[in-house]
Design a protein around this ligand. Structure first.
Ligand code: PLP
Length: 464
């Protein structure tokens, strides 16, 4: 008999979570203005809002917390992290930041400019993450999505749906002068298109094309280890390579990266920018000091830098990655078996439910994926997140709602937090709603929204 999948860790400390009643949940979600971000965490039973900063640290990471060096400058914890990043990613220059978007702020200040200096500039790449796009648009520049078309059809089984379409990218290069394209950004894995990986071949070819046009390439590296594992699993020629070697090769094609350490760093807060080139690093340091803190701590406690240096290494361990990717696929398979339309192949950190296929009769103006998210919460205290028209925000020029090709409800799985039993529960909640989907006839309308990144704080009411 083939031995079943099992987590490569055991539980040393527990955190109680409480099941609630349907009537409690209905009252709470109404109070929350039908925005899942407005719920208190005690009101949620299984929290799949995000895999960001929600992972469980290991005993080795907790031990490192106790060794934290809190010196303002030159802390040993900083040097531990710098050595880890230099060894794992091959990037010798490091600027810590308090999270990924802070790293974006630092890198983009150096490369795109500040204030209106970004006007007329474009940043092509595969689907940019929402804060990334926010930081680009905040500088009056534009993010151009050059992801392959296959990414936008949830039924196509393409192994690397995060890939950059080289034809689309070259069109951007031909339409804009070199000085208007400060960088090309490859997000690994591509969060906004479903946690989908980018192949090594695509990274190499994108890098070569950018080199021909003199455009530097950077990674948004939040899930670099998951991306490397998918390359190992799916790309010919990589099956026998160590994840660490795959990671090194991926980074050999780029100039640097921003990283949200709250993902594959397996820490609760943190981020960094890393560079190959000393000159760019120097240009970024003054912004880091101004926005984040001195170069050797950058908004982080020394102990957290230490825990991150351990977490980055653990994230590259094959047993961990196989369990991680395996758990996400386990949930994906349970939903697929019941006919629930989910994005295929399954992503690295989340299962994405295709809300348009789930609720085909709901008009897009009533926010299809958001409606599904609210229903899942009411059904079983499960919290996912909308990646659809609310998150897509309004067009910065026309101020019209943007309706993306996909309306997705993301169930993001925190690292090393939930067991397979929890996944069985999640599948049951989704399947129950799926079975009564025809009774869901109306969605929601917006009653208040912020100017930028509105999904975090939007307020809604049932559509009438
Ligand atoms: C989470 C994330 C970010 C932003 O990082 P924060 O730590 O949340 O600020 C940027 N890019 C990607 C791809 C992400 O997943």
């Amino acid at each position: 008999m083939e031995l079943p999948f099992a987590e490569p860790y055991r539980i040393k400390m527990i955190e109680p979570i409480r099941r609630t009643t349907r009537s409690e949940r209905e009252a709470w979600i109404a109070r929350a203005k039908y925005n899942l971000f407005n719920l208190r965490s005690e009101e949620v039973y299984i929290d799949l809002l995000t895999d960001s900063g929600t992972g469980a640290m290991s005993s080795a990471q907790w031990a490192e917390i106790m060794l934290g060096d809190e010196s303002y400058a030159g802390a040993s914890s900083y040097y531990k992290l710098k050595e880890t990043i230099s060894e794992l990613l091959g990037m010798p220059f490091l600027l810590p930041a308090h999270q990924g978007r802070a790293a974006e702020n630092v890198l983009f200040s150096a490369l795109i400019g500040v204030g209106k200096e970004g006007e007329g500039k474009v940043v092509p790449g595969n689907s940019h993450f929402d804060t990334t796009k926010g930081h680009i648009e905040f500088r009056h520049a534009h993010a151009i999505d050059c992801t392959i078309d296959e990414a936008f059809d949830t039924e196509i089984d393409h192994p690397f749906k995060g890939n950059v379409d080289l034809g689309k990218l070259e069109k951007v290069f031909m339409a804009h002068p070199r000085e208007r394209i400060p960088l090309c950004l490859i997000t690994i894995t591509c969060n906004s298109s479903g946690g989908q990986p980018v192949s090594m071949a695509n990274i190499r070819e994108t890098s070569a094309l950018c080199k021909r046009y003199g455009i530097p390439v950077y990674f948004d590296a939040a899930r670099f280890a998951e991306n490397a594992y998918f390359i190992k699993l799916r790309e010919p020629g990589f099956a026998d390579k160590a994840v660490k070697d795959i990671v090194r090769e991926m980074f050999s094609y780029v100039e640097g990266c921003t990283m949200s350490s709250k993902k594959d760093g397996i820490v609760n807060i943190g981020g960094f920018t890393a560079f190959r080139n000393e000159e760019t690093f120097r240009a970024a340091t003054s912004f880091n000091i101004m926005f984040e803190g001195y170069n050797t701590y950058g908004g982080m406690a020394g102990r957290d830098l230490g825990a991150l240096s351990v977490g980055l290494r653990e994230a590259c361990e094959p047993d961990y990655l196989s369990s991680r990717i395996g758990q996400v696929a386990y949930l994906g398979k349970a939903l697929t078996a019941a006919g629930v339309p989910v994005q295929k192949p399954y992503g690295g950190h989340a299962i994405f439910i295709d809300a348009k296929r789930f609720l085909p009769k709901l008009p897009r103006e009533e926010f299809i994926a958001q409606t599904l998210g609210v229903e899942l919460y009411k059904e079983g205290g499960l919290r996912g997140v909308e990646i659809g028209a609310i998150m897509a925000d309004r067009d910065p020029d026309t101020h019209e709602n943007r309706y993306p090709a996909l309306e997705l409800l993301r169930l993001a799985i925190p690292r090393r937090v939930y067991t397979s039993d929890h996944m069985d529960y999640v599948a049951a909640v989704v399947i129950n709603v799926f079975e009564r989907r025809d009774a869901i006839k109306r969605g929601y309308r917006i009653t208040w929204e912020a100017k930028l990144l509105r999904h975090f704080t939007v307020e809604l009411a049932p559509a009438t």
